[in-house]
Design a protein around this ligand. Sequence first.
Ligand code: X8Z
Ligand code: ZN
Length: 597
Amino acid sequence: MKLRLLVAALLFPLFIQAQTSSKPTVAEAQAFMNQAEAQLKDMSVKANRAQWVQENFITDDTQALSADANDQITALTEDLVEQAKRFDGLAMPADLQRKFLLLKLSLTAPAPHDAALRKEMTQIASSLDADYGKGKYCRKPDDCLDITAIEKVMTDSHDPNQLKEMWVGWHKVGAPMRPRYARFVELSNQGAREMGFKDVGAMWRAGYDMTPEQFNAELERLWQQVRPLYVSLHTFVRARLSRYYGPNVVPPDGPIPADLLGNPWAQEWDGIFPLLGLPENSRGYDLTQLLQARNLDAKGMVRYGEAFYKSLGLAPLPDTFWERSLFTKPRDRDVVCHASAWDVDTADDLRVKMCIQIRDVDFVTIHHELGHNFYQRAYKNQPFMFQGGANDGFHEAIGDTIALSVTPEYLQKIGLLDKVPPADADIPLLLRKALEKVAFLPFGLLIDEWRWRVFSGEIRPADYNKAWWEMRLKYQGVAPPVERSEADFDPGAKYHVAGNVPYMRYFLADILQFQFYRALCKEAGYTGPLNRCTFYQSKEAGAKLDKMLEMGQSKPWPDALEALTGQRQMDASAILDYFAPLQKWLDEQNTGVKAGW
Ligand code: X8Z
Ligand code: ZN
């Protein structure tokens, strides 16, 4: 085909010139896009199935099948992006223009055109994902802990030696990934450049309906808005941990050892609430205990989650959701336990995959995952290219917005809690929430700050770990519990790095969810203190939410934000409002204590 064109060009140069300068029409662009959407939809369903099987049954074969399917969809997408270049510069309706942009941005890992290199890249991606899923810390050959077990120990144990052992044990998972990760960066960068982007990070940043400079400025603005609240929390937590463990273990004026925060990545700190010295039972209840006292199983917890969404007027999940989801960790095989929500056929085949434990944080994660599923179903009638979150932060924020509504008042309404704790339980309740939401902010920011610098070449493979810990120190004020070197690859011990899932979405979601929540509480007619609001059973809130969800990514995200909140800017004032009483309390507690690290 190409050869024929070349001959024609030599024989009839003038004719060819006339042909190529005749502009394609909008009708042609529309027809091209319709066909592209049909092809991509078909192939993405196949790739979804392959990946579902791989993550639920990790073997060499399923890994190869999933890599193959990914290879094919990558090739198809890149081919379509190449063909779409002939419509560059054509004036077309805004929604069609948007589809062309979204087509270009649709791959998280763009690959080189060269088929051998593309295959190499998709195989590396699949092997990194599988390595994480299979990852274990083995104390002895027949005594191994997977990440679900390690997370549990790191939340429950308060023995610094055991915590250090777990932390070091889990972080061994990253080291073997290092050379493959470096190669992955090279190959996917080449793919991004072939598509016209500077590098993969620049391509990821192009998905926010603004220039990369504007996006950076937005991130900085939001971070500066919330940073004082984070520093107040850090200062308080460090002082209390120093009191609990002693100043030799937790120096009162330095960074906090990263293994002592109740979580393998020190990303959410709710596990250490009992160590902070508040009076026994100060919150009035403990959700983990309530769930366990009910003898709830994993499915029962998901049923509660679904019931919340139904109470807003949204339709129940299909039967296949209950038949095909994975709720508990299988005993006899390796699965990727990191929770995820799936939309296998871009219509009704919704699923979650999660190794649920009966505890409060998993209750929140269930609502989080269902938020993805309800969003996916709400936009299923949009054209394929518009089936996505207004931006990826929106997708991550929906379920968390619902989970914020899991208040004592709500738990009482659904019969899980007898008595709503009085107002003086608010500080402990807010503190517990802050350990989840405020502690997360710098972590949410730094993962992709690191990765963007890796993709741009500013951080070289020889400095991967050094830069990682510099950034963890700078943003989070945490330090590794033992010395690290470039023989380690600690970023690989975090799922989203191994699995190549962009992370800035979670930082945005952490801010957006409070903005959504405040708007939905208002819609529900609520006027009390924000942290006690539940919009459970509010059909008004449900209708407002659904209106935004149905839009998918058909419009720039400020339009979606406006539909729900009336605002067109991301705004951290909602998270600050929510935690305002706590910030005041923390600052009182911190009087005379040096802040920062
Ligand atoms: O990965 C997730 C979800 C699936 S999208 C469970 N989260 C981030 C993480 O675990 O690192 C939710 C909060 C942040
Ligand atoms: Zn999510």
